[in-house]
Design a protein around this ligand. Structure first.
Ligand code: PMV
Length: 315
């Protein structure tokens, strides 16, 4: 049987989550160690969505399935744009990314699903169109998404994202990032709505906070390219403070940040939407095992270590 295959991967935001929704830049990098694979094949109309226990899920596109999931909406929109209206396609998504942990699972599943449907029909999707289609899914999954997830889960290396555009981000840093999962799912939609409420409450304070955020993100970009790990760590801590002011940190996240610093990390902060999800710590490569152990002792359910030299997903 003909099968289309599509792939994408997780991402982590180094700096700029939440404020990016309000117009600041943000910096993110791909996590190819956490992949998503989607398989698309022709199906009988009438076969609906299933969420098997292993976390992989299945849906149909172009048939009678109406389950409102981001990946399904993205793939459905792809078929509509390409004028393929006389077919039902079954998509099976094998998601290697923990869900709702700020690692971009919804965007990566949507990207892989669109690529699989395109592959099934012998089409190659150009990157701008793929971004648009993933964003259609993200609007369903998250409400108003900035687009950083859609860019980073499809990117081959670190990116600087600003107002819908992504550029490659030069990295001159020889360090390691340790990502720690709090084990607590965080709702992006809920977190983004809470931040908006806070900013709307006090527009003067919001303006100065976003200005502060932009300054930190610019500084982080310079520190990344200059390889200034210690000052980048401090910038990450300053951004964590700002995210706490926006109400998206939690005592569990704060405890993980403290544990990482106690084990010698240069800096640490939440990554993604917060209210759970993951913490990202910057450390010297030699200190990474100690930082990772300290994070687990402080309650992280798992950790991943990414050397900054390996922040590329390949071709
Ligand atoms: O969905 P997450 O946890 O990967 O976070 C996305 C980043 C936000 O800035 C919180 C939302 C957005 O659309 O940029």
């Amino acid at each position: 049987m003909v099968v289309g295959i599509g792939r994408a991967h997780a991402k982590a935001i180094l700096l700029g989550e939440h404020t990016v929704v309000h117009g600041t830049p943000a910096i993110a990098f791909p996590l190819p160690a956490l992949p998503v694979r989607a398989l698309a094949r022709p199906a009988e109309p009438g076969t609906g969505s299933q969420v098997p226990a292993d976390g992989h899920f299945r849906f149909t596109v172009g048939g009678t399935d109406t389950a409102l999931s981001g990946p399904r909406v993205a793939a459905e929109e792809a078929l509509r744009r390409w004028g393929i209206t006389d077919t039902t396609v079954e998509v099976v998504v094998e998601c290697g990314i923990p869900l709702a942990r700020g690692l971009g699972s919804s965007a990566a599943c949507a990207g892989a699903a669109v690529r699989a449907v395109a592959d099934l029909h012998g089409l190659v999707v150009e990157s701008g169109e793929l971004y648009d289609l993933v964003q259609c899914g993200e609007q369903v999954a998250h409400g108003r998404a900035s687009g950083i997830d859609a860019s980073a889960v499809l990117a081959n290396g670190p990116i600087r994202f600003h107002q819908g555009r992504a550029e490659p981000m030069p990295i001159g840093l020889d360090a390691a990032l340790v990502i720690a999962d709090t084990g607590v799912p965080g709702s992006t939609q809920h977190a983004v709505a809470g931040v908006r409420r806070r900013l709307d409450e006090d527009p003067v304070r919001a303006g100065s906070l976003l200005e502060r955020a932009s300054g930190l993100i610019e500084a982080a970009g310079d520190e990344l390219s200059a390889g200034a790990a210690e000052s980048l760590g401090k910038t990450m801590l300053d951004f964590q403070e700002l995210l706490a002011e926006l109400g998206v940190s939690t005592p569990h996240i704060d405890a993980l940040v403290t544990a990482a610093l106690g084990a010698g990390a240069h800096g640490a902060k939440l990554t993604g939407a917060g209210l759970g999800g993951c913490v990202l710590a910057l450390t010297e490569p030699a200190s990474a095992p100690g930082v990772s152990a300290a994070l687990r002792r402080a309650g992280a359910v798992r950790t991943w270590t990414v050397p900054t030299r390996a922040m590329h997903a390949g071709a």
